[in-house]
Every structure is written in C-alpha cells, then in structure tokens.
Design a protein around this ligand. Structure first.
Ligand code: ATP
Length: 303
C-alpha cells in the first residue's frame, strides 16, 4: 500500500524553486530517508505533507488524502517531529505529552511515553528549561503518542549526543517493527544508513536519486572506494586519477586520495599514478559510504 505519493510536486517561493517536479512514493512499513544539503527543499516537502504550505503545482497525498484539501485527515494518522521544536512557556514535559495525548484523543500514560525517550526523571521540569537534546527527545515523545501510522521526522537527531542518537535509532526500529511507516529528513548520513530501507537525495528542489542504499551503490559502479596514500599530491594528480575509465570521482582528504570507482578501475588508477611519477605508499579499498555516494550524486556538495 502506498502511504506517501507525490506527483509532479513543485513549490515556488518568489524566485526560489524550493521543489521542482518531485515524484515520490513511499510504501507502508518503509523507513525512508530524505537527504539533501541545506536549502534542498526537505522541510518544504514536509510542510506540504502536513498541510502547512500549499504546493504551487502537482499533488501530494498521504493515505490517499490530498494534503492540501484534507490536511486534518492526514494529520490524524501522522506523528510529527518538526525541525527546531520550541516548547510552550510554563508547561512541564509531562504537560506537553498530556497535551499530545488529549489532542490525539488516545488513552496513554505520559510517564510511559517520557520513559521511552529517557525523560522520565525530568517530566516535572518546565520544558523551556530543557537542553536542545532534551527538547528533541520531548518532540519525539509527542510524535510517538497514539502509535501513528506514519512518523514524519524533520532532522530528528539534531542536538542529540551519540547516546541520544543511538536511542533514537532504537525507537525508530521499534516503531518500524510495529508496522509504522517512517519518513525522515537528515544531514546525518550515518543515521540514515543505519535505519533506512530506502533513501531519496534532494538537491536544489529536484529528487536526483531514489533507491535502496545497495541500489545506490550499484548505480555508481559497485560503489568501491579506493583510498590511496601517495607520497605527494601535485596539481593534476586528482585529474590523472579521475581520467581513468571507471573512476567516478577523486578527492583529496588530508593528503590521501579517495576515489569512488568500479572494481576493475582500481588497478588502472594505481598504474596511472605511477605513470604520473607519484609513488603510492599505501592503498586500501572500502565500500562506498552513503556520504561518498551523496558526494557522487550531488557532484561534490556535502549533506
Ligand atoms: N517561507 C519561505 N519563503 C521564502 N523562501 C523559502 C521559504 N521556505 C523555504 N524557502 C526557500 O526554499 C528553499 C528550500 O528550503 P527548505 O527549508 O525546504 O530546505 P531544507 O532542505 O529543509 O534545508 P535545511 O536542511 O537547511 O533545513 C530554500 O532556498 C529556502 O530559502
């Protein structure tokens, strides 16, 4: 069953085309990661999905309800963690979750929800006193209320320490296990790689790739990364590597050369360096990470 369906979706703000003819479907039970650099259009997509912003063109529907005309029906089935959640003045963490429980009309114990996100001991404190990471945990708690069929999370790991990020991943897996569909945007590629079934890469409002992580790897020729430690990197060294057939990109990082390439191209790249008079002190191969693929797809822009 299709949960999210965008067809030819565009959004224009004055001269800025925030979304440019996006076609995307996300199926029930999928965990889908929406990746893109700053300003790519991720939040705009989420704002349209939640009915906060109207598209300029095209349609976006959730559970078959058009997000523009039927926003209430959509929001009833969705738990949202908005970007940069700002708590209400004067309300404790517990009161925030209480409010979410009443708004959703469900029967849940706020203490249980707060325990799940690690905030049980801080339940009585004013949420405006919470740290950034605690606010993020609170926003997640509110999103989880009522076991929503779809969780929409805008940059959910912002402000979380590594433990918090790991706990967030665990919760997302638990939610996926109970059958929820999860749609989240992130710059943190490791997070996406760790939990997502599929990812979409958005750049300048255009969805430039949608695939499983394995599929993305295949589409860049097997997704091998060759990491070379040369004795030096001169002008033209990277170009020499990039000219080799089967090498997709070559970048320098701290004196090493990282090249994404097909398996067959690895030896050719080393030979090319040798021919260019560069001594290879050491080399190794790695599987391309999602970050490498992101650089590859966006032509150098980092998430
Ligand atoms: N209300 C608005 N008015 C004018 N321009 C806007 C508005 N909202 C977004 N934009 C523009 O639309 C583009 C996409 O912004 P959006 O916030 O969707 O990107 P994003 O991928 O979520 O970025 P980030 O990762 O930085 O949050 C940007 O160029 C942004 O400046």
């Amino acid at each position: 069953m299709t949960v999210i369906s965008a067809t030819d979706l565009s959004k224009r703000y004055g001269d800025v085309l925030a979304l440019d003819r996006v076609d995307l479907t996300v199926d029930a039970g999928e965990t889908f990661g929406f990746l893109g650099p700053n300003g790519a259009g991720k939040s705009t997509f989420i704002d349209i999905l939640l009915g906060f912003v109207a598209p300029s063109d095209g349609t976006l529907s959730v559970f078959g309800h058009d997000c523009r005309d039927d926003g209430v029906a959509v929001r009833e089935r969705v738990g949202v963690l908005p970007e940069g959640y700002a708590p209400f003045d004067g309300l404790s963490g517990r009161q925030h979750v209480d409010y979410a429980i009443r708004s959703k009309g469900v029967d849940e114990n706020p203490a249980d929800v707060l325990s799940r996100v690690g905030l049980r001991d801080d339940a009585a404190r004013p949420a405006t006193d919470y740290s950034k990471g605690m606010r993020q945990r609170l926003a997640l708690a509110m999103a989880l209320v009522g076991e929503p069929d779809l969780l929409v999370l805008d940059e959910p790991t912002t402000g979380l320490d590594p433990n918090g990020a790991a706990e967030m991943r665990t919760i997302l897996r638990e939610e996926a296990d109970r059958g929820a569909t999860i749609f989240f945007s992130s710059h943190v590629l490791e997070q996406v790689e760790a939990v997502c079934d599929r990812v979409g890469i958005l750049q300048n409002g255009r969805l430039i790739a949608t695939d499983t992580i394995a599929g993305l790897r295949d589409s860049i020729g097997g997704g091998t990364k060759l990491v070379i430690a040369p004795d030096r990197v001169d002008d033209g060294t990277l170009d020499a590597v990039e000219r080799v057939d089967g090498v997709e990109t070559a970048v320098e990082r701290d004196g090493t050369i990282e090249a994404t390439c097909t398996n067959d191209a690895k030896m050719d790249a080393l030979v090319e360096l040798h021919d260019a008079g560069v001594e290879v002190v050491n080399f190794r191969t790695e599987e391309a990470s999602l970050e490498d693929m992101f650089v590859e797809f966006t032509g150098g822009e980092r998430a």
